[in-house]
Write a protein that binds this ligand. Structure first.
Ligand SMILES: *[C@@H]1O[C@H](CO)[C@@H](O)[C@H](O)[C@H]1NC(C)=O
Ligand SMILES: *[C@@H]1O[C@H](CO)[C@@H](O)[C@H](O)[C@H]1NC(C)=O
Ligand SMILES: *[C@@H]1O[C@H](CO)[C@@H](O)[C@H](O)[C@H]1NC(C)=O
Ligand SMILES: *[C@@H]1O[C@H](CO)[C@@H](O)[C@H](O)[C@H]1NC(C)=O
Length: 433
């Protein structure tokens, strides 16, 4: 899915300004309030006693101060809006002069939009043990996201807990499929300008739009997350990455209504490993070329993934009539497909029913290697490249796709346009010549 990013950026700016002010005020008043003496130094608290240890590959230093949201007035009743308590816990933790941890204990909590902004005095950990639910009144969300982490260096979002976007009420009103300039509902969890970020163990269900969005960040690891939304929920991309260098998305299960993983412009050095995807729209680079001055996509490595019951398998999509851009050095390998509609697809005519002017995004150096399984459509490999800038250096190696649909309306084959292809090893169906 493509997001009108300029809208998001503008909206975020306004919101962050507002909430930064709010946070500062909260910080000042809470500093004086005796109620917050629940904060303490050390690694355990009475709130944590008996809680399952979080699985994490990072270590929270023993000196990290712990801030439990209950101590800041959050109610675990699933009904009381605890936004203020969550903000206070973060602001205190962020300014506690050293490593700090905000803990959401077991229980169900409700919150509207939340901005967890840095810079902080030390690395931050947010551990989710319970369930955090989004409020459902969409008019509360002037922001482009529900929970925003911004300008933090050293951030761990960990725990076995769940973020529930409660998106069902919003999906009905999403008309983005008809109006490409629509305003996309809020993303559940966004990392904006985060450096050294880890997201691990958490579950995201029923986001209003994107589940996870990483933008303008660096060195991000997303491991062992679970993403769930119905196959027909609109714009619910699992993980969307944009303008970020070095992201590893690994060992995760993603079933949603849009792309399981989508890699937008300015993404470089991205690894997507051991993802199970479906339902959804598959794993995509793009869409690219919707806006002017998009940055190139380079160094994308997607490996060891299983894609099941999705509309697409592995895909590169660029808008027709796009401004210039580039996507290069992209590898999709060791992919197992199960009843995928479009298993391997490059679509440079995305978003256009009529073939007006060709895309100006140059796609080059793309490897599809060891991709096997089944499709329910008559076309296994579809490479529809730009007439203005044909795809260069497309390598197909060991492709083995069988038809497993019910009724074949045309011969089972591949389809290519403006693509320079080389092949190695088995090609089933036969590669385009
Ligand atoms: C991502 O994975 C690569 C290859 O395994 C590794 O070299 C790199 O350090 C990882 N980066 C992050 C941020 O996890
Ligand atoms: C495939 O996905 C659709 C749409 O989400 C869903 O209704 C259907 O049950 C899924 N089928 C299988 C076999 O998982
Ligand atoms: C792949 O991911 C799944 C789901 O998270 C996990 O259970 C499995 O152990 C992972 N496989 C490897 C080889 O890491
Ligand atoms: C993919 O899986 C194979 C076979 O299980 C394993 O040997 C290889 O290291 C994995 N590759 C990556 C990049 O995880």
């Amino acid at each position: 899915m493509t997001i009108p990013e300029r809208f998001h950026v503008a909206a975020v700016r306004g919101l962050v300004l507002g909430l930064t002010l709010l946070s500062s005020m909260v910080w000042c008043s809470s500093a004086a309030a005796p109620h917050y003496s629940g904060d303490f130094f050390g690694t355990r608290s009475r709130f944590l006693t008996g809680a399952a240890p979080a699985t994490t590959t990072t270590t929270t230093t023993p000196t990290a101060k712990v801030f439990n949201i209950i101590a800041h007035g959050a109610k675990a009743d699933g009904r009381t809006d605890s936004t203020q308590a969550f903000m206070q816990a973060w602001v205190k933790a962020c300014h506690s002069s050293g490593p700090a941890k905000v803990v959401f204990p077991p229980g169900t909590f409700l919150t509207g939009p939340l901005v967890y902004a840095g810079p902080c005095d030390g690395p931050m950990t947010v551990e989710i043990q319970g369930t955090v639910k989004a409020t459902t009144d969409i008019s509360q969300y002037s922001s482009a996201e529900w929970i925003l982490f911004e300008s933090v260096t050293g951030l761990n979002l960990i725990g076995r807990g769940t973020f529930d976007g409660q998106g069902a009420d919003t999906w009905k009103y999403n008309d983005c499929s008809k109006h490409p300039q629509c305003i996309i509902p809020p993303t559940s969890i966004k990392f904006n300008k985060v450096t050294q970020g880890l997201m691990e163990g958490i579950t995201s269900v029923n986001s209003k739009a994107f589940h996870i969005f990483v933008v303008l960040s660096h060195n991000i690891k997303i491991n062992n997350v679970h993403i769930v939304a119905p196959g027909n929920s609109p714009n619910t991309d699992g993980v969307h990455i944009s303008q970020t260098d070095v992201v590893n998305v690994t060992n995760s299960i993603i079933g949603t209504g849009d792309d399981c993983v989508s890699i937008g412009h300015g993404s470089t050095n991205i690894n997507v490993l051991n993802i199970t995807c479906g339902p959804g729209h598959g794993i995509s680079v793009g869409s690219l070329g919707k806006y002017r001055d998009e940055k190139e996509v380079r160094g994308i490595f997607v490996s060891n993934c299983t894609i099941r019951n999705t509309t697409n398998g592995v895909r590169i999509k660029t808008w027709a009539a796009s401004p210039p851009g580039q996507a290069t050095r992209i590898t999709f390998q060791n992919i197992v497909l199960d009843k995928v509609r479009n298993p391997i697809i490059i679509d440079q005519n995305y978003g256009s029913k009529t073939k007006k002017s060709p895309s100006q995004v140059k796609v080059s150096d793309v490897q599809f290697k060891n991709i096997r399984g089944t499709t329910i459509s008559p076309v296994a490999v579809s490479l529809q490249c730009s007439a203005a800038l044909p795809c260069d250096g497309i390598k197909l190696e060991q492709i083995d796709v069988a038809f497993s649909g019910t009724h074949l309306k045309q011969p089972f084959a591949n389809s290519c346009l403006n693509a320079k292809i080389t092949t190695i090893g088995k090609q089933n169906p036969p590669a385009c010549v």
